[in-house]
Design a protein around this ligand. Structure first.
Ligand code: CDP
Length: 224
């Protein structure tokens, strides 16, 4: 691609964001940043250290000394907290259950948003999350909002967990996803919502390749 481009992909849990965003970035040979992984990394460290979010000084100090980094590995992105590879740990059920609490915190959002914006200073990229098209990159060249039915999203999450060796009940996953989506959509700061200028893509009955091809086509239209 000739010019620098930011592609913002937002959507609820299990809508296919990370799989699709990663493949789009791979095809376009640009960077892929999973913003949720960064919120998950802070959540993991918060749980380990049992930080009290109400104590402002403790929180500021925690954010100053905690480093979170993304690196590209052979099988996708790797994430590090204080130089420790936590790529697997950030997907645990405990982190998933607590991440919305961390991601609604103003101090944490400020640190993460700054970090996310800095990634685009010198790179074209695809970034997925909840507020990428609304807050992080309101001027993104292309904004996609992915959705899928709750049944399909729960089924996908069950498959992801199964591949990671975790057997979980479908109804439980469904309830967890709905609870997290509600929390993410109703929070005061940077709620999950479709940007007005985003293209809505319902992935319920689409194959991954169809979604990827659609986004590539839209990108090429924008970047000629
Ligand atoms: O993969 P999944 O859709 O389950 O979630 P994720 O992308 O890993 O994001 C985990 C959580 O981080 C979300 O439920 C949000 O609470 C938070 N998040 C956010 O607030 N803003 C973002 N840009 C990305 C994630």
């Amino acid at each position: 691609m000739k010019k620098k481009i930011v592609i913002a992909i937002d959507g609820p849990a299990g809508s296919g964001k990370s799989t699709i965003a990663r493949l789009v970035a791979k095809k376009l040979k640009i960077l892929y940043i999973d913003s949720g992984a960064i919120y998950r990394a802070y959540t993991l460290q918060y749980l380990r250290e049992e930080i009290n979010l109400e104590e402002q000084e403790t929180l500021v100090e925690f954010l100053e000394r905690t480093t979170v980094n993304l690196e590209s590995g052979k099988n996708g992105a790797l994430i590090f907290v204080n130089r420790e590879n936590v790529t697997k740990e950030i997907r645990s059920l405990e982190v998933t259950a607590n991440v919305s609490l961390i991601s609604e915190n103003k101090n944490i959002r400020e640190v993460v948003t700054k970090k996310l914006r800095s990634e685009a200073e010198h790179n074209s990229l695809v970034m997925d999350g909840r507020d990428i098209g609304t807050v992080v990159f309101p001027d993104a060249a292309l904004k996609i909002f992915l959705t899928a039915s709750i049944e399909e999203r729960a089924r996908r999450r069950k498959d992801d967990l199964k591949s990671a060796g975790v057997e979980t009940d479908l109804e439980k996953i469904k309830n967890d996803i709905q609870r997290r989506d509600k929390h993410d959509s109703e929070r005061y700061l940077a709620p999950l919502q479709k940007p007005d200028d985003a293209i809505l893509l319902d992935t319920t009955n689409l194959a991954i390749d169809e979604c990827v091809d659609f986004i590539i086509e839209k990108t090429l239209e924008k970047s000629v």
